[in-house]
Design a protein around this ligand. Sequence first.
Ligand SMILES: [Zn+2]
Length: 90
Amino acid sequence: MNITDRVRKLQEAGRELERRKSKINSSLWAMQSALLDLAAEALGRDDDVEGGDQWECENKENPIGMCVYDGHEDPAWDDCLFCHEPFERK
Ligand SMILES: [Zn+2]
């Protein structure tokens, strides 16, 4: 295989990886969104629940186990809806 063919093959492999990455990202996004819906339901709210991807929540009543915030009332994410810890932590 000459160098041009190799480069072409590598470029094609790179594009295939990008396609796979984008599929994985949309699956992760859908999963995240389903988890936030669960948290919102536990709180008896509509869909104004955000976060849920960084901190393990201390409150055992939190069905997703990750801290979540009210995106409207608390846009800075200072007060987890379950345990009241902020998103910014040392
Ligand atoms: Zn929490």
